[in-house]
Design a protein around this ligand. Structure first.
Ligand SMILES: [Zn+2]
Length: 385
C-alpha cells in the first residue's frame, strides 16, 4: 500500500465515520433495501482465517486473509446491522421471492478449503450457532499440494527479492506483496490452469529450494475435518477439482470438473452438493448451462453488487472480505466495516464492482482485455481465487 491508497483509505474511514454518526448511513441502507425488493441478501466471501494477520501476510497473499479477531467483529457487525446469518438455501428462498424474512439475511462463504477455516473459523461459528458454506477444490483436499495462486505468489515474491523480507520495512513489503498479488490476478485471467501449472513447475525447478516465504505444506482441509464440519451443519459446495478457471477450458473439461468435484464431496460427506463457486469469479454461458444440467442449484461470483429478489441463482453476487477491508488509518474501524457491509461506497461510487462474466470461450479475445484500474488492489486485493 503506497501513499495513494493510504490517503484513499483515510478518506473512506472519514466518510464512514461521518455517515455512521450522522445517521445518513441508515437512510442509505433503507434506500438500498427498497431498491432490491424488500430484504437484503448479503453474501460474504472469505478465504482464510488466521491467528496472526501480520505474520501470515508476510508469507502468503494478504488479500485472502482475515484475522480471527476481525472475523468475530464482522459477525458482531452483521448482528448489530440487523442481519440474520442463514444458510445459502434459505437465502435462495428469499431471492426467489418464496420467503420474506423479518430481517435482512447474510450468508458466510469460504472459498478453496484452507485448513485454517477448520482451525479458526469453525470454532467461532460453532460457538455462535452460525452456519456457512465452504467451497472445496476437491483434488487438493487431504493432500499436501498447494494452490497454483499460492505457488505463483511465492515465485513472484522470490523474483522481487522477497526471500530477504525480514530485513525490509513494512511499506516496501506491502508494495511488493500488492505487486505480486496483482501479477497473480493478471496471469490467472489470461492463461489456462494447465499452462500456468507447467510454468510454475518449471520455475520451481529452476529456483530450487523452499525458503522462509513458502506457505507451509499441508495447508488444505482433510476429509475428516470436512466430515466433522458437515455433521455440525456446515454446508459444502464445489469449486472444481483442480481450482480451474473454467472460462479458459473446453466444454468437456468444464463438464468433468463440475461433475467430479460434486461427486467427490457427496461420496465423502454423504450429503447432496447443490452449490458452486466460480474459481477466480469467472464464468460464461457454457459453465452456467453445465451447472444447471448437472443439478446444481446456485453459483456464486465475486461481483460486489446487491442481490435482488428475482435475481439469477447462478450469478449470485458476493462481497469479498479481508483484513484491510475493516482497517482505517488507526486500526480496526467499526464504522468503516458497517459502511462496507451496507454498500455505502458502491452507492457513492467510490468502489467499482469487478465483472465476472467472460465472453468468447477459451482463447477468446476478452481474456486479454482485462485491464486493472490503478488502485484496484485496494478493493480487490489481488488473487481473488
Ligand atoms: Zn478459489
Amino acid at each position: 500500500m503506497g501513499w495513494g491508497s493510504f490517503s484513499r483509505s483515510a478518506v473512506k474511514a472519514l466518510a464512514a465515520g461521518t455517515l455512521h454518526y450522522t445517521g445518513l448511513q441508515g437512510v442509505l441502507s433503507r434506500a438500498s433495501r427498497f431498491a432490491v425488493g424488500g430484504r437484503r441478501v448479503l453474501i460474504l466471501s472469505y478465504h482464510r482465517v488466521v491467528a496472526d494477520f501480520e505474520a501470515e501476510a508476510r508469507r502468503v497473499i494478504p488479500g485472502l486473509l482475515v484475522s480471527r479477531r476481525t472475523f468475530e467483529r464482522h459477525l458482531d457487525e452483521l448482528a448489530h446491522g440487523g442481519y440474520d446469518v442463514v444458510t445459502l438455501d434459505e437465502a435462495l428462498e428469499v431471492i426467489a421471492g418464496r420467503r420474506q424474512g423479518r430481517r435482512d439475511v447474510a450468508v458466510l462463504t469460504f472459498d478453496d478449503g484452507y485448513h485454517d477455516v477448520f482451525e479458526h473459523a469453525f470454532p467461532v461459528l460453532a460457538r455462535r450457532g452460525a452456519t456457512a458454506t465452504v467451497y472445496l477444490a476437491t483434488g487438493l483436499v487431504g493432500t499436501r499440494q498447494r494452490f497454483l495462486h499460492d505457488r505463483l505468489y511465492h515465485l513472484l515474491l522470490l523474483s522481487m527479492g522477497g526471500e530477504h523480507r525480514s530485513g525490509r520495512n513494512v511499506l516496501a513489503l506491502e508494495s511488493m506483496g500488492a505487486r505480486a498479488a496483482s501479477a497473480v490476478d493478471r496471469l490467472l485471467s489470461t492463461r489456462s490452469t494447465g499452462e500456468l501449472t507447467d510454468l510454475v513447475e518449471q520455475l520451481e525447478q529452476s529456483v530450487g529450494a523452499v525458503n522462509e516465504v513458502a506457505p507451509t505444506a499441508g495447508e488444505i482441509l482433510g476429509w475428516d475435518q470436512v466430515r466433522r464440519m458437515a455433521s455440525a451443519g456446515i454446508d459444502f459446495g464445489a469449486h472444481t477439482v483442480r481450482h480451474m478457471v473454467l472460462t479458459h477450458e473446453t466444454e468437456g473439461t468444464i463438464e468433468r470438473e463440475l461433475a467430479d468435484s460434486k461427486q467427490a464431496i457427496e461420496r465423502e460427506t454423504g450429503r447432496p452438493v447443490r452449490h458452486f463457486a466460480y474459481p477466480n469469479g469467472y464464468y460464461d454461458r457454457r459453465v452456467v448451462t453445465a451447472l444447471v444440467r448437472l443439478g446444481y442449484h446456485s453459483a456464486v461470483t465475486t461481483e460486489d453488487r446487491p442481490n435482488h429478489v428475482g435475481g439469477d441463482p447462478f450469478r449470485l453476487r458476493r462481497k469479498t472480505l479481508w483484513e484491510n477491508f475493516s482497517r482505517g488509518p488507526f486500526g480496526y474501524s467499526s464504522s468503516l466495516t458497517s459502511c462496507h457491509l451496507d454498500d455505502v461506497f458502491t452507492v457513492l461510487s467510490l468502489t467499482r464492482p469487478v465483472r465476472g462474466e467472460r465472453f468468447g470461450g477459451p482463447r477468446g479475445p476478452s481474456h486479454r482485455a482485462e485491464v486493472k484500474t490503478p488502485g484496484a488492489e485496494e478493493e480487490r486485493p489481488g488473487a481473488s481465487a
